[in-house]
Design a protein around this ligand. Structure first.
Ligand code: 1GP
Length: 250
């Protein structure tokens, strides 16, 4: 089958050609469908370019479906699944970041869950965006659930060799994850060094809550900055506006 990039991946590539974009992450465990729709719509109005829906501990797929459906109705930008497990697949989304947690010690998170979930992705006709997922630090839920051998924040060279391996394996997207709510985001030096070697879409997330941190990540070469926790805090609209202006998107 010839490789034809899907509509959502094409959109992300086009958008990021002009500079860094921001994606908002909604964990269906933390929002009602109504809240999720309202937050997603507000976030889009203030400059967000895509909505990710996912989390490490999703168990209720009915809830995931209703959140994705509600968000999809509320926004014009793509709604993309960011699954932590086989429970993170919904046919209402536009696409899925079909990921392998590259620094997990458990083969289940490397390829097992992907095999089990693949038929649902196929039947759902979801656009699949292949992604390598790298988790830093060891105090996040992602790190615990994913049985990660975490990359030390002070060792960017380790991130680089994983990034290159992801590239050589054909992963067109790479996510550098500091962990949701992390006090320490991915360091600028790490993003910059990975950027030197990795040619695909570079996503960075975890602990990005201010325009200063967003600007730093964008300046270092992140294509997509993900904000999750921030969307649960009052005043997130203002911060998104500050971020988009700091990264030169408005
Ligand atoms: C988590 O990288 C994302 O998977 C977003 O992190 O919730 O800290 O913004 P925050």
């Amino acid at each position: 089958m010839p490789l034809v990039l899907g509509k959502t991946e094409g959109y992300l590539i086009q958008k990021t050609k002009k500079g860094t974009i921001i994606a908002g992450l909604i964990d269906p465990e933390d929002f009602s469908s109504k809240q999720a729709a309202s937050v997603a719509s507000n976030a889009e109005k203030h400059g967000i370019s895509a909505i990710l829906v996912g989390g490490s501990t999703i168990s209720d797929q009915g809830k995931l479906d209703s959140v994705v459906r509600a968000v999809k109705k509320a926004v014009r930008c793509p709604v993309i699944l960011f699954p932590g497990n086989v429970t993170g697949v919904s046919h209402h989304a536009d696409a899925i970041l079909f990921s392998s947690l590259l620094n997990s010690t458990n083969p289940y998170f490397l390829i097992g869950a992907q095999a089990i979930g693949s038929m649902k992705v196929f039947r759902s006709k979801l656009e699949s965006i292949p992604m390598g997922y790298l988790v830093f630090g060891d105090s996040s839920t992602t790190s615990f659930i994913g049985q990660v051998k975490s990359i030390p924040l002070s060792k960017p060279n380790i991130a680089v060799i994983y990034a290159l391996a992801a590239q050589y394996l054909g992963m067109r997207t790479l996510y550098l994850e500091a962990g949701s709510g992390s006090a320490v985001p991915i360091p600028r030096e790490t993003i910059a060094l990975v950027r030197k070697f990795y040619d695909g879409l570079l996503i960075v997330g975890g602990g990005i809550t201010t325009s200063t941190v967003a600007e730093r990540a964008a300046g270092a070469g992140a294509d997509i900055i993900v904000i999750g926790n921030l969307l649960e805090k009052p005043g997130y609209e203002k911060t998104i506006t500050e971020m988009t202006s700091a990264i030169g998107r408005n």
